[in-house]
Design a protein around this ligand. Sequence first.
Ligand code: ISE
Length: 340
Amino acid sequence: MIRLAIVGAGLMGEDHARIVAQNLPMGKLQVICDMDRSRAQSVADATGAADVSIEPQAVIGRSDVDAVIVASPDFTHAPLTKACIAAGKPVLCEKPLSQSSVECLDVIKTEQSVGKQYVMVGFMRRYDQSYVEMREALTSGRLGRALMMHNFHRNVETPAADFTAAMAITNSAPHEFDVVRHVLGTEFTSVTAHQPRRSDDRVAPVVMVVETEDGQLVTIEINNNAAYGYDVRAELVGEAGSVTMNNVAYTRTDIKLESRTRYDADWRGRYHEAYVRQNREFLRFAETSVFPEIASNAWDGYCASAVAEAGARALTTGTKQTVEIISKPELYDRPKEAAT
Ligand code: ISE
């Protein structure tokens, strides 16, 4: 039994707590921590967590806490993750590890200094069955060499009034940056970013074209104001065929010459199964110290931030930007599986 602390009791902290309470009997919710005690208490009441706190650093150090899920605001992710490494506690940090690649490198250095991996980054799409099957089509060789991957990522509306086009790249697109690197088994080399014009002052879609070191082209559309529903799609094109993600809906209703399927309002329903799989792997990692084969690690968190920074520069300058990444530290070496 792994005794878990969840730091941050907002939308994602609450979702993680529910997933552990309802789906993962090998985890015990020990502490829910939030700067707002009443918010922590209401999540604890709903999920049966043993205790609440408003002190994240103290929680990380508690002897009755074996592992930590960090779901607090983005700017706290790296410092709290470093505190977990220092305390020798496995940590599942919500994405992004940091919006700054320099800060991600700081986390990497902290892990290198202890010579062991403690950090899983919450890029849950790696566990989504659609991407699992795309990756498998490549690694098995069935699809031939990968040529392109097209991605659409649409939200109903921006989460906050001050959400900008740059944030579409640094906050939403990291999911695509991570999962595309994972599916293709390669690194990005350059990015361009473009925007159509809207008729109002809402954030317009951002369309990126990203090149990989293996010569593939990746298109990514982020539309944070798509209005109609939460909609993520992708198509992986290889030399021998293509794999397209189906919309996930349990039913279709056909009435009065019309056919309807539903969209989720946000990602929690669409990726529920992926979150459950990810969190199960995290608990196993906490129990066995064996880093899960497909999980995102601190290096992956760094790569996602480095591409996002290049993407944001591409948008501001209107020019193609090189993705600068350092060479991968040995600690993060994994066998390269994708067929070339
Ligand atoms: C948002 O930033 C997220 O973090 C969610 O995981 C993602 O699915 C959503 O579409 C993003 O906008």
